[in-house]
Design a protein around this ligand. Structure first.
Ligand code: RM4
Ligand code: MN
Ligand code: MN
Length: 428
């Protein structure tokens, strides 16, 4: 674990450099009579984005996997890594588990463990895309041809039961949501009936929804392809919305930024789902081609900014309280470094979106003044808000420069020492 004293010490050297930058942007924002620097800092301080338990280990590709060393071997160690991340960023106060990659024997003990490190449990994720002997009738049933969409009701039943199990586990951990991403689909045209598959998934999700305890939410997550390469059942936001509507009032759609066909207008999708009250949350990442799971904001930072603009529009000036999570797979970077960078990118996009002069934008839109509308967006997007993001982190006890701090405390080397060079995390 990274000790806060050490972070404070590292910050001391950077503070004299940071303060003039913070003052400069504060003065700039004052002149513009827009959101003030203090308001941005307060919003950032309240914001948290969950880290996925499956992304603190190195991900693989179909071609290989190169463990980085010191990877967490247990859910406890994954929590330790997220606590370390949060010590640096002060912006990742919860972890999202994936079951059965994470399947604690003692959920209350795990909850205690996490809370002693100031980490809460975000949405639970159910895995019915791999065969799990423990939940598929001793391995007699298989998800090879689907789970909730399967033609065999016995397979559908174990998939529903698994989701109920994940909800029950989540209750014991203090989570309040379930995310359902399904690999169900069709690889070869004609292999299955589109409509029958969809109706079976809708029925399964309804049964899962019926099991939600009070106060719980459920998210349907769409994805156009992979591992099914001809069609997936929950392929896009339209299908996701239909499924959420079919499942019940507490189901809404989760938008994973990498789960769209190239050039999809994700910010418009966000607007539509928010409009009908079915926007549930996000899996942040970035991509060039498909579900690349690259560092958030590394390829399309403007898109990320526009998404946050839509969110603030939906929340009438404030960020709606949805499930904000990161979902990434790191093949060559140190996963914690990548998560630090993604968290920073999300905070930057959020801060920039807060700077948009919304009344002026609305006026420009109503006057059909496209040039002014563009300028207003660009003014916000081109503002270097990094000092505000760093200042918010500093005030919350995080690191002014989290990547540098992470490297200088030698966390990875210490973990290699403790956990070994070839430890392997469960996950992708
Ligand atoms: C999927 C999807 C899900 C995640 C799995 C591991 O592509 O993004 O959210 O749980 O990967
Ligand atoms: Mn996802
Ligand atoms: Mn994905």
């Amino acid at each position: 674990m990274i000790d806060q004293e050490r972070i404070a010490q590292l910050n001391l050297g950077l503070e004299p450099l940071l303060q003039p930058d913070v003052e400069h942007i504060a003065a700039q924002l004052d002149r513009q009579d827009s959101t003030s620097a203090e308001q941005v800092i307060a919003a950032l301080t309240a914001f948290s984005v969950a880290a996925p338990s499956w992304a603190v280990g190195t991900g693989g590709t179909r071609f290989g996997r190169f463990p980085i060393g010191g990877e967490p071997r247990t859910t406890e160690e994954k929590i330790d890594d997220v606590a370390t991340l949060n010590a640096l960023t002060a912006t990742n106060r919860s972890i999202s588990l994936h079951v059965p990659w994470d399947d604690p024997d003692d959920p209350e003990g795990l909850r205690e463990y996490a809370s002693s490190r100031a980490i809460a449990f975000d949405a639970m994720n159910s895995n019915t895309f791999q065969d799990n002997p423990s939940t598929t009738d001793d391995g007699k049933l298989s998800y090879k041809f689907g789970s909730l969409a399967h033609s065999d009701s016995a397979v559908r039943d174990v998939a529903v039961d698994h989701n109920k199990y994940v909800i029950d586990l989540g209750v014991r951990l203090g989570s309040e949501a379930l995310t359902v991403w399904l690999a169900d689909g069709i690889n070869h045209p004609g292999q299955a009936d589109h409509r029958a598959q969809f109706e079976r998934v809708a029925a399964g999700l309804t049964a899962i929804h019926d099991h939600l305890p009070d106060g719980w939410q459920m998210y349907t997550e769409h994805k156009p392809y992979e591992p099914a390469f001809y069609a997936t059942v929950n392929n896009d936001w339209g299908s996701s919305l239909l499924l959420a509507q079919a499942a019940g009032p507490r189901a809404s759609c989760l938008v994973d930024l990498g789960h769209h066909l190239p050039n999809a207008n994700i910010e418009q999708i966000v607007s539509r789902l928010a409009m009908v009250g079915r926007l549930g949350g996000f899996h942040f990442n970035d991509s060039k081609y498909g579900d690349d799971d690259l560092t958030t904001g590394s390829i399309k930072p403007f898109q990320l900014f526009l998404i946050f603009c839509e969110l603030i529009r939906a929340g009438d000036g404030r960020l709606p309280s949805l499930a904000y999570m990161i979902d990434q797979s790191h093949n060559i970077k140190d996963p914690l470094e990548d998560l630090v960078q993604s968290t920073e990118a999300v905070s930057i996009a959020y801060a920039q979106a807060l700077l948009v002069d919304r009344p002026a934008l609305r006026a420009a839109q109503d006057a059909n003044d496209a040039a002014m509308a563009q300028q207003l967006l660009q003014d916000a997007f081109r503002t270097d808000v990094r000092p505000l993001v760093a200042e918010a982190r500093r005030r919350a006890g995080g690191a002014i420069s989290p990547l540098e701090a992470y490297r200088s405390v030698g966390y990875r080397a210490a973990m290699i020492e403790e956990r070994g060079l070839v430890s392997v995390a469960t996950g992708l």
